[in-house]
Every structure is written in C-alpha cells, then in structure tokens.
Design a protein around this ligand. Structure first.
Ligand SMILES: Cc1ncc(COP(=O)(O)O)c(C=O)c1O
Length: 301
C-alpha cells in the first residue's frame, strides 16, 4: 500500500516514526476516519463528507496546538490522491493522522513538531453484526475539560479501549459511556440515538463526545429529508432502557441497531425508524440521492 507520510507518498513500510516520538510516548495527536463507498457502477469511489472530516481535523489541530501541512482543500486533495495511488475500487477507510513527531522528552505541544500522515485500508463492516448487545460502561467518558474528546485525540482512545475491553469481557458487543455527571455520552467510537414514541433523540456534543459527522448527517437526513421529529438533549441512563429503538452511528459503525442495553431487551428486530434511516443512509452514501450528492467527493475523474 502507498501511504502519505510527512510530505510524500511512500511505501507503507517506510512510513515509520521513532520510538522516542512524543506521539507514541504521550499520545500527542489527533486523527480522522473517513469512508469511501464503491458506487453502483462498480468503479467510482465516493468519499463521504471528506471536507467536513478535514475541517474537523483542522479545528482539532487548532485546539491541540498542532498544524496541518496545508489548507483544508489541499488536505482533501492529498487524501483523494492517496486513494488514486492505491488504485482503490472498493469500500475504503482513510485514516488521516496529525501527531507530534518530536523525539524529545516531556509532553510538549508545538505547531512546528506536527507530522501529518494518511493511510487507507479496505473496510466493509466495523461492527460485524446486524444488531448488537451493549452495556453501560463502568468507565466514564473523559471530560472535555480534561482532554477535549471533540478533537478525536489519539490519547483518549485508551478510555475507549478500556470500555471496549470491559464490554467484551462481559459478553457485550459495545459499551456506552456516561459522562461524570451520569448523562449518556457516546459509544467507544460511535454516537448514540434513541427513539421513543416516534421521536428521535441524541445527546449534544457538550456531553463530552466527538463532534460527529455521521451524527450530524443523520440529524439532517432525518429532519430535512425524512420529516422525522428530532430532539437534541441530555439523556439519562434509564432512558436507554425504556427506548423503543436505539442505534449507534459513526463512520465505522455507520448505523448499527442495538438489541439490548445491560441485558434489557430494547427490540429483537431492527425497528421501523432505524430501518428507514439505515436504508436512506445507504442510498445517500452510494450516490442515489441527488440532493445529498454534495456530501460525496468522487475519487476518479
Ligand atoms: C469516540 C467516537 N465517537 C463517535 C464517532 C463517530 O464520529 P463520526 O461520525 O464523525 O465518524 C467516532 C468516530 O469514529 C469516535 O471515535
């Protein structure tokens, strides 16, 4: 595979960093995750909301005192070129990563130490199940005031990994974090939506979660295209248990329906609202919905 690394496209094996790097030692960095979908013609690949993902990375860099090596448009072009150089004609996942490449001691954030890399890989399903059983994690989500989760910081994924490990050890497929205040925050790498009495709910990004692009897209699709009532507000833990439907969403998870939370069965089958959103989302990312085509960046001319 070809990887973009610090200003050039190189063979994957050459895209390496020092064991001394601050990124490795202190988790200094932030990243993105972008999906490309093979279009119905079997040739074109469309990246979903490329610009929004790059813009989020740009804002993360601002918060974390790091620097991208160009404008958002230039970074988008690097990512498109990465896909072309890898001759991709399949569903793909791109990982842009902005880290501190400094090999010095002490956790120090400096714009001039920024190192930008981007690599890609084939990806079908991130969660390989039609419906999942989730738990509420005993680990709390890291507070925005400790590590700003909205920046998708590399270091904060230790928090996610601990929650996933606990969930798997206890026989669940995924974990939902609560904030320190006990409100629903997000999954280890997904946002949470629930449906109750026909209304869609999701907690705001002030509940210590990532500023999610799939989440924002779902809110737009639900309210503008599918006329579904939506309310953004804090959600208590027990509201999960009494929901009619729940799904998790994210670039990896896409829309993943939840069967149960803490062994309380929500729905044995994919519910009508989740099903409608899943189908519509599939149409949008595959370029079948003209009004949402501006969300897609075609890779091939
Ligand atoms: C912690 C976390 N929450 C939510 C999401 C979903 O965000 P997005 O839809 O922008 O991919 C991710 C990304 O994969 C994530 O890492």
């Amino acid at each position: 595979m070809v990887t973009y690394f610090n200003g050039e496209f190189v063979d994957d094996a050459k895209a390496t960093i020092s064991v001394r790097s601050r990124a490795l030692n202190y988790g200094l960095g932030c990243f993105g995750g972008i999906r490309g979908y093979l279009a119905d013609d079997g040739h074109q690949v469309n990246l979903f909301r490329l610009w929004s993902h790059v813009r989020r990375l740009e804002l993360s860099a601002r918060i974390l005192c790091l620097r991208l090596p160009g404008t958002a448009d230039e970074i988008c072009e690097i990512i498109l070129e990465l896909i072309r150089r890898n001759e991709v004609h399949h569903d793909v996942y791109v990982r842009p990563l902005l880290i501190s490449g400094s090999p010095m001691l002490a956790p120090v954030l400096r714009e001039e130490d920024s190192l930008f890399t981007a690599y890609c890989m084939p990806l079908k399903r991130y969660i390989d199940k039609d419906m999942i059983d989730v738990c509420v994690s005993s680990w709390r989500r890291v507070r925005d005031n400790a590590i700003p989760t909205r920046t998708k910081p590399t270091g904060v994924y230790l928090n996610s990994a601990l929650a996933r490990r606990e969930a798997f050890d206890n026989g669940f497929d995924e974990a939902i974090f609560l904030t320190e205040e006990g409100k629903v925050s997000e999954g280890s790498a997904e946002h949470v939506f629930l449906i109750r009495r026909g209304v869609l709910y999701s907690p705001p990004s002030t509940e210590d979660n990532l500023d999610g692009i799939t989440r924002r897209s779902i809110i737009k699709m639900a309210t503008e295209d599918l006329q579904m009532p939506f309310v953004e507000r804090s959600l208590g833990r027990s509201e999960l248990y009494v929901a009619d439907e729940i799904f998790l969403c994210g670039t990896g998870a896409q829309i993943t329906p939840v069967r149960s939370v803490d062994r309380r069965v929500i729905s044995e089958r994919i519910g009508p609202v989740t099903g409608e959103l899943q189908a519509y989302f599939g149409d949008v990312v595959h370029g079948r919905v003209a009004k949402r085509s501006e969300w897609l960046s075609p890779v091939w001319p």
